[in-house]
Design a protein around this ligand. Structure first.
Ligand SMILES: [Fe+2]
Ligand SMILES: [Fe+2]
Length: 260
């Protein structure tokens, strides 16, 4: 099975880029399952029903989340009701859920979303290592052939540690949140696919999707002006994992980075 995972889609520009590229990319990469991190897909940051609908229309099978998922209240009922939209499982909240089970006919795929705790201190979250243990049990009880984890975290160390912690126990672990792709897609020693961060889907000449001048001004002059999404040419970032039907593990992993 081939899984395409797409990194943080940022604002309308990112969603438009996804709508543009995903149908042909899925064909080219012979994708069976497409997972998209959509936590920043609304122009108001967070995710709203409009951006979520458009990500699904582009061809996503499942939308994962992060620290911004709960920003906009209008998405709460969707998070509760739509089995294909999840948020980090270890977030201390009653809204939505952090686990999805996708029925692919011949087999099923469990997807677990987690959030890190390093440099994300404002977010109230349980220990992601403990949380993932309980969800691995659940995936086992659900008889999932493949298990995929989106670890939404800031620190590369925390993400690599999670990768090795889950090596051999899951099909693949990918990091999201930093909006900058790492070039370390690989198969870990015990067979799990891994990348520290998928990167961003949004405007290329930006700071994490935001208009670059606003961020420079904030960092240089402490100007706290509102953030606006950048405009211009986009990149679509992610990774493809090839999963082995016999073992449920990963046989190859590679980065995807397309400049539009
Ligand atoms: Fe993000
Ligand atoms: Fe994030």
């Amino acid at each position: 099975m081939r899984v395409l995972c797409i990194g943080d889609v940022f604002a309308e520009q990112g969603v438009n880029a996804l709508l543009n590229i995903l149908p042909s990319l899925k064909k080219k990469e012979r994708v069976d399952l497409c997972i998209v991190n959509g936590e920043n897909s609304s122009n108001e940051n967070g995710i709203d029903r409009y951006s979520a609908d458009r990500i699904f229309a582009a061809g996503a099978d499942l939308i994962t989340g992060g620290n911004h998922t709960l920003k906009l209240e209008e998405i709460y009922s969707t998070l509760d009701e739509n089995p294909f939209m999840i948020r980090p499982a270890n977030l201390k909240t009653d809204i939505g859920k952090g686990y999805a089970l996708l029925d692919m006919g011949k087999y099923s795929v469990a997807v677990i979303n987690l959030i890190g705790r390093i440099f994300l201190e404002k977010i109230e979250a349980e220990n992601p290592f403990d949380t993932v243990d309980s969800y691995l049990e659940r995936a086992k009880a659900d008889n999932a052939k493949y298990i995929i984890v989106d670890f939404h975290a800031e620190a590369t160390s925390e993400k690599r540690a999670m990768g090795f912690y889950l090596d051999g126990k899951v099909s693949a672990v990918f990091g999201t949140h930093t909006h900058v792709q790492t070039n370390d897609a690989c198969v870990l020693p015990l067979g799990s696919g891994y990348i520290t961060d998928l990167g961003m889907t949004g405007v290329k000449d930006s700071v994490l999707g935001v208009k670059k001048e606003i961020i420079v001004n904030r960092l240089k002059n402490k100007d706290m002006s509102k953030f606006y999404p950048a405009t211009g040419d986009c990149i679509v970032s992610g990774a493809v994992f090839e999963l082995d039907e016999k073992t449920g593990l990963c046989s190859s992993a590679k980065e995807i980075r397309i400049e539009l």
